[in-house]
Design a protein around this ligand. Structure first.
Ligand code: COA
Ligand code: AMP
Length: 632
């Protein structure tokens, strides 16, 4: 097949194109209204279709005779466990958990938060919610109680599902006290908390709302699946935006199922039955789309990995998993490869494993630097495919569509727009830019199926954040350009979002936390370049006049504050105290200038700067800080 022809069809006739793709999934009622619009002109897909995501992921394969085949491979180097689950086993677990949830009085239309580590019960919890039409919201386990509380207050779950603990390499992290603290902090109070006890020794303080997962499931009958409308909200997934409040991305059911099925075949080039592994966390978009729903509806045994690319136990762990489970397609973030490369620069551990099963390596989540790509290709000579997408889209927006036409890889580029994405590069005035001119990455409406339905109960933010700057176009939040062959290069965020080890975080949110320290008069949090994590946050603070603070004490307290309020995953380690902030004449902090100064990059003095002499002052403060850190 030819990419250009396939892509052009998808843009010329979106309804016709996606109607055909929707035939690849099993609807209870096939949609007849393929593409319509809501009151404000935002696209709605398959409005009158009916289906169930859990049915597609599990029951359908059993009906087709694959009940005894492997559905899920749980590989946990941190507990030294490997467990295989067939579709029949997954169904028994999920249907009983769904029955248990029903018996507690929860049903279709309710919301549930899932705050769990990388264990099979997390997948079962998501599928059980999907089975019943309960909208789930998975919260990444690395977020602190304060972050969990924000999400509890936003989506007001009647139920929380959690586990006794997670394991970070060799640290046992007790989850239940974190959940209790979040509930205490939140205004909304869930009715029940179901806890899966991993029996690893973590304390589980008992509260009256608690229910034991195993006891409940063992005494429950299996529940059937609900027949749901295509636009039924399958999940809410919070992601960082440009303010302190995360955005609750709402995903539909039918458009998402269609898009995922399409992507497994045409983007990832995966045939049914092949083993697929996305080494990410269930708390991120990658986890939802490509650990759980995508591979499961495409009948691909999916690997659920509880470990890290290094230290669990070493930098060979990825290659061991690939060999042991005969993984054919793998997906991870470039930062994971950088971590492995740092530990095993000559690829000695790679040579210890048989990686013949592996066909393609996909990378996403952050910009893929050329040296990482080259190192991988040098040691494992298979296609390494960078592709670009976001929580909002739920599936790839720019990729090398291997299942359509294998295009040549240009290092630094995520290749070309995926079918359905009419992508353009705009300047500030909304004019389309030519080849190699950098600007805003936008997508002309309608977005294809699978993209967000909206932001949870926040229509105004949805419209203002994505569709107001360029009416009729989706503003992706990234900058980029296209070359003369149409290849897309993503150059980075245009807003206050940073990407730390593939995790999307908001500097505005961190600034709110830093500013809450009693000694801080003013602050800015900037994402600076980091060799391993891509970016890490650095705080610059101006201490209140008259306040005396020993620098390292202040730094320690601010670092602890960010860890406590947002989570260790923010990786905030450095705080520099400066005398003043560089500002415009109207008083806005010049964050872009600060980023260049901290990265030691070339910069232009902005014409709007209030006082140019501050640049030398900041550079002196930064070098004083760096040399003091070095001495310590
Ligand atoms: N629960 C609790 N704490 C967590 C956590 C979780 N689920 N995930 C991370 N953390 C903590 C870590 O323990 C660490 O704490 P510390 O500062 O006390 O050591 C901190 O958050 C930072 O963790 P992490 O970002 O994982 O950094 P690291 O230095 O431990 O490891 C990498 C570096 C590159 C190996 C790791 O970041 C990694 O595997 N990245 C790939 C991420 C990924 O797959 N992203 C995909 C998104 S598509
Ligand atoms: P998330 O919503 O957490 O998946 O993060 C999405 C953001 O990660 C995007 O808006 C980009 O800034 C960044 N990103 C994801 N994939 C890539 C990629 N392949 N290249 C560059 N940036 C990427």
């Amino acid at each position: 097949m030819n990419y250009n022809e396939f892509y052009n069809n998808s843009i010329a006739d979106p309804a016709g194109f996606w109607q055909e793709q929707a035939n690849a999934i099993a609807w209870f009622k096939k949609p007849t209204e393929i593409l319509s619009e809501d009151d404000s002109g935002y696209p709605l897909w398959f409005k009158d279709g009916e289906l169930n995501m859990c049915y597609l992921a599990v029951d359908k394969h059993i009906e087709d005779g694959y009940g005894d085949e492997t559905a899920l491979i749980y590989d946990s180097p941190v507990t030294q466990t490997i467990t295989y689950y067939t579709y029949n086993q997954v169904k028994a677990e999920v249907a009983k958990l769904a029955g248990a949830i029903l018996s507690l009085g929860f049903s279709k239309g309710d919301t549930a938060i899932i705050y769990m580590p990388m264990i099979p019960q997390t997948a079962f919890a998501m599928l059980a919610c999907a089975r019943l039409g309960i909208t789930h919201s998975v919260v990444f386990g690395g977020f602190a109680p304060h972050e969990l509380a924000i999400r509890i207050d936003d989506c007001r779950p009647k139920l929380i599902l959690t586990a006794s603990s997670g394991i970070e390499v060799d640290k046992l992290i007790a989850y239940k006290p974190l959940v209790d603290e979040a509930i205490d902090l939140a205004e909304h109070k869930p009715e029940k908390v179901i806890i899966f006890n991993r029996k690893l020794g973590a304390k589980i303080p008992f509260r009256e709302y608690d229910v034991d997962y195993e006891t409940l499931v063992n005494s429950s009958a299996e529940a059937g699946y609900e027949i749901l409308n295509s636009n039924h909200p399958l999940y809410i997934l919070y992601t960082s935006g440009t303010t302190g409040k995360p955005k609750g991305i709402v995903r539909d059911t039918g458009g998402y199922a269609t898009a995922l099925k399409f992507s497994m075949k045409y983007v990832y080039d995966v045939a049914e039955g092949e083993v697929y592994w996305a080494a990410s966390d269930m708390g991120w978009a990658v986890g939802h789309s490509y650990i759980l729903y995508g591979p499961m509806i495409n009948r691909n045994p999916t690997v659920l990995f509880e470990g890290k690319p290094i230290r669990t136990p070493d930098a060979g762990t990825f290659w061991r998993v690939i060999e042991q489970h005969k993984v054919q397609t793998m997906f991870t973030a470039p930062t994971a490869i950088r971590a492995i490369k740092k530990e095993d620069p000559e690829g000695k551990l790679i040579k210890q494993y048989n990686l013949r099963s592996l066909k393609n390596q996909f990378l996403a989540g952050e910009r893929c630097d050329v040296s990482t790509l080259d190192w991988y290709r040098q040691h494992i000579p298979i296609p390494v495919i960078d592709h670009w997408w976001q929580t909002e889209s739920g599936w790839p927006m720019v990729a090398n569509m291997l299942g359509v036409e294998k295009m040549s890889v240009k290092p630094g580029s995520a290749t070309v727009p995926v079918c359905g994405y009419n992508l353009k590069i705009f300047n500030e005035n909304g004019e389309e830019l030519g080849a190699n001119e950098e600007g805003y990455v936008v997508v002309k409406l309608p977005l294809p199926p699978g993209n967000m339905l909206g932001l949870w109960e926040d229509e105004a933010r949805f419209k203002a954040g994505y569709f107001t700057k360029f009416p009729g176009y989706y503003l992706a939040g990234d900058g980029g350009y296209r070359d003369e062959d149409g290849y897309v290069y993503i150059t980075g965020r245009i807003d206050d979002v940073i990407n730390v080890a593939g995790h999307r975080l908001s500097t505005a949110e961190m600034e709110e936390v830093v500013a809450s320290h009693p000694a801080v008069a003013e602050c800015a949090v900037i994402g600076v370049t980091d060799e391993l994590k891509g970016q890490v946050p650095m705080a610059l603070v101006v201490v209140k006049s008259g306040v005396e603070y020993e620098h390292f004490q202040l730094e320690y307290e601010i670092v602890q504050l960010v860890r406590g309020q947002i989570g260790a995953v923010a990786s905030m380690k450095n705080v520099i105290d400066v005398k003043r902030m560089p500002k415009t004449r109207s008083g806005k902090i010049l964050r872009k200038l600060l980023r260049s100064l901290l990265d030691g990059a070339a910069y232009q003095v902005p014409s709007t700067i209030d006082d140019e002499s501050i640049i030398d002052e900041i550079l002196t403060d930064v070098s004083r800080y760096r040399s003091s850190k070095h001495e310590v």
